[in-house]
Write a protein that binds this ligand. Structure first.
Ligand code: HEC
Ligand code: HEC
Ligand code: HEC
Ligand code: HEC
Ligand code: HEC
Length: 348
């Protein structure tokens, strides 16, 4: 069984209230105070070096092996063994702690730690691995649309992340004027001489620009979507809910499968909620630990692109060969680095 040791912090106790002028053994109030202080101290000591143990199971009661277990918001974690068992030693807490568990394909779970309880059974609900294509995206912020299911937008609870995203080019990917122009073609006044633009060269084709720049639209129709017809949520470009429904990503080395064509998604049924993200200790909520979100490969489908044999987008390919990759540094380490307040997108 793997064990996790957590060093107990020094717990300061203040006796200043007992040493003032009124202090005297004749007062019964003081005896009561001393007794309580003593009891409090004993309780603190007995808590501070506790070992807690338990088991992680799924909704059918089956052991979950390899789940990450930790005291919420601490850095170390332990993994459950093949019987779903875990043990955490040297725990120090007074109250308000949670013990949590998370594993890929499960919603994170947890329980409040209690002074009198050393044995925990944590239940992880498994994620239904079906991608419900009829799901309606939750917008990053309120957008004018009667179509979206009325769910609170991300901004209402994640304002900081929203403002970082809003400043990044991901939020503008579908409406960026340079992009629109390069797709639709610049108008050229000189007769018979067309301006630069995809549509000028290929009037019959919509291309696959949407696969990376307007991914919500591409999911409905990757080859037939004309990005000039994007509406509502599609115009939000690469938005929060889109990235947090990704459950698979591949590097398209041959070309021909850009963006969403090299990705897998797990969307809930209409009105349902589920978020895949890097955290294994946030709960309760429809959050599922996704190791993929901390790996560079999640960026590869859009940040590597080969068209007609020519490499056009190479950020991922360059990273693969870089010293950074050898050091284990990911795209997220540089571009989504938390800086005190979570900095979700690099300012470059
Ligand atoms: C390009 C895809 C992408 C977009 C767009 C995106 N995220 Fe994320 N998000 C990620 C990835 C990848 C991580 C993991 C980052 C890491 O491991 O450092 C993450 C982490 C998170 C986390 C958990 C860690 C943290 O920073 O708190 C939250 C919450 C989150 N995103 C919410 C949002 C919200 C809200 C938005 C929109 C305002 C958003 N994301 C937009 C990809 C994305
Ligand atoms: C494989 C995914 C992918 C596809 C497909 C794709 N793009 Fe891009 N595009 C990107 C990425 C990623 C960037 C960001 C810059 C970079 O990495 O060079 C970008 C940047 C751009 C920019 C520069 C924006 C700016 O303001 O600097 C333009 C213009 C653009 N794309 C046009 C297009 C057009 C037109 C199409 C379709 C013919 C297209 N892209 C197809 C991924 C893609
Ligand atoms: C009602 C409030 C609320 C709304 C609305 C909300 N979130 Fe969250 N979300 C939270 C809280 C609370 C957490 C726990 C983590 C924290 O405290 O930052 C969280 C955590 C997450 C995580 C981390 C999951 C993990 O396991 O890593 C992601 C990703 C996320 N939210 C994405 C989103 C996205 C995308 C939207 C919009 C579609 C959204 N959230 C809307 C409250 C909200
Ligand atoms: C669905 C496709 C898609 C995914 C997934 C994606 N990107 Fe992008 N990204 C784009 C496009 C398209 C642009 C260019 C948008 C434009 O300029 O119009 C872009 C632009 C960027 C930029 C340019 C700088 C800026 O101003 O924001 C960075 C950096 C970036 N992406 C990092 C990442 C990282 C890191 C990941 C993985 C966590 C990621 N992207 C995942 C499509 C994607
Ligand atoms: C060691 C840190 C680091 C890592 C790792 C890293 N980047 Fe960057 N990236 C940067 C910096 C710094 C810049 C801006 C300077 C520049 O343009 O050279 C940048 C620029 C970019 C740009 C904008 C390029 C342009 O032409 O506008 C994109 C897109 C991008 N990175 C995507 C990625 C992706 C995707 C990954 C992972 C596959 C990644 N980066 C890994 C640090 C990093």
């Amino acid at each position: 069984m793997k064990r996790l040791f957590i060093s107990s912090p020094f717990i300061p106790l203040s006796f200043s209230g007992v040493t003032n002028k009124k202090f005297g053994f004749s007062s019964p109030k003081i005896y009561v105070l001393i007794c309580f202080t003593f009891l409090f101290f004993i309780t603190v000591l007995s808590f501070s070096h506790r070992t807690i143990y338990g088991i992680v199971i799924d909704e059918a009661g089956k052991a979950v092996e390899g789940a990450r277990v930790r005291i919420q918001a601490t850095t170390d974690y332990t993994l459950t063994d093949d019987k779903g068992a875990f043990q955490v030693e040297g725990i120090a807490f007074l109250n308000d702690g949670f013990i949590t568990a998370g594993k890929k394909n499960y919603f994170n779970g947890g329980e409040k730690l209690r002074a009198v309880k050393n044995n925990y059974q944590l239940m992880l609900k498994s994620v239904d691995n079906i991608d419900h294509k009829e799901y309606q995206w939750t917008p990053p912020h309120s957008i004018e649309s009667s179509l979206e299911v009325k769910i609170k937008p991300c901004k209402s609870c994640h304002p900081e992340l929203h403002s970082q995203w809003a400043k990044s080019s991901h939020s503008l990917a579908a409406v960026n004027p340079v992009f629109i122009t390069l797709f639709s073609g610049v108008k050229n006044e000189i007769p018979f001489k067309k301006g630069l633009g995809f549509k000028n060269d290929f009037p019959q084709s919509n291309g696959t620009c949407v696969a990376c720049h307007v991914p919500a639209m591409a999911l409905k129709d990757p080859f037939g979507s004309n990005l000039m017809e994007a509406t509502n949520i599609d115009k939000e470009g690469i938005f929060c809910d889109f990235c947090h429904k990704i459950t698979g990503a591949f590097h398209d080395t041959m070309g021909g499968r850009p963006g969403v064509l090299s990705m897998e998604f797990t969307r809930p049924p209409i009105g349902g909620k589920q978020f895949f993200g890097p955290l294994d200790d946030v709960f309760p909520g429809p959050d599922s630990f996704s190791p993929l979100h901390s790996q560079s490969i999640i960026c590869a489908p859009c940040h590597s692109g080969k068209f007609w044999g020519n490499k056009v987008y190479t950020s991922f390919d360059e990273w693969v060969l870089s010293p950074s990759a050898k050091k284990g540094e990911t795209c997220q380490d540089c571009h989504m680095k938390p800086e005190g307040n979570l900095n979700h997108f690099a300012k470059i």
